[in-house]
Design a protein around this ligand. Structure first.
Ligand code: HEC
Length: 166
């Protein structure tokens, strides 16, 4: 029995290494690209988000169809909370914690999508704050992070070859 679980652990590690290699080729910024999840699994999980979110690139290309109840999640990984979609009317509490320095790194992202209200309460120190995101992702938040990280340009790299979005 022990042997079997060890094999599973090894194959999971191999898979995430393969994920990392693909990921690095996408030239997401080095730090943020160190996602621990599986981007392919995350892509198929996006159906859980679609009733409220879409993914649409800076050129208007629709990467994932979905509603606009919530913000466009393009570029959300690495962004300050409440800033990725400038056309979206974010809640005051999300904008405030973003202004105080909360960025969507893996740890914050995973905690947020698992329980948005809990996260904004903890981050703002306001125990009666509520998140308008009335959804809790039970499993696979790390995979979702790895998937969404593909849509963050490496703007932070001083020698980055990528041009401006527009
Ligand atoms: C029932 C609707 C709903 C669903 C389903 C939903 N969200 Fe949200 N989400 C929202 C709303 C509304 C906001 C804006 C929150 C605010 O303004 O405080 C949001 C905000 C976010 C943010 C913060 C964006 C930013 O720019 O700071 C992330 C990240 C996020 N959602 C990820 C997800 C993911 C991943 C899923 C699917 C697993 C998902 N959401 C499913 C409604 C939803």
């Amino acid at each position: 029995m022990l042997r079997k679980s060890a094999l599973i652990a090894v194959s999971a590690a191999t898979m995430s290494l393969a994920g990392w290699a693909t990921h690095a080729q996408d030239a997401a910024s080095a730090e943020l690209a160190a996602a621990t999840g599986d981007a392919v699994a995350g892509e198929s999980q996006f159906r859980q988000c679609r009733s409220c979110h879409m993914i649409s690139g800076p050129d208007g290309e629709v990467i994932q169809r979905g509603s606009r109840v919530g913000p466009n999640l393009h570029g959300v990984v690495g962004a300050q909370a409440g800033t990725a979609d400038e056309d979206f009317g974010y809640s005051g509490v999300l904008a405030a914690i973003g202004a105080e320095g909360v960025i969507w790194d893996e740890e914050n992202f995973v905690a947020y999508v698992q329980n948005p209200t809990h996260f904004v309460r903890a981050a703002s120190g306001n125990a009666s704050a509520r998140s308008p995101m009335s959804f809790q992702m039970r499993a696979g938040a790390d995979d979702m992070y790895a998937y969404l990280a593909q849509f963050t340009e490496s703007e932070s790299r001083s020698d980055g070859p990528q041009g401006e979005a527009d």
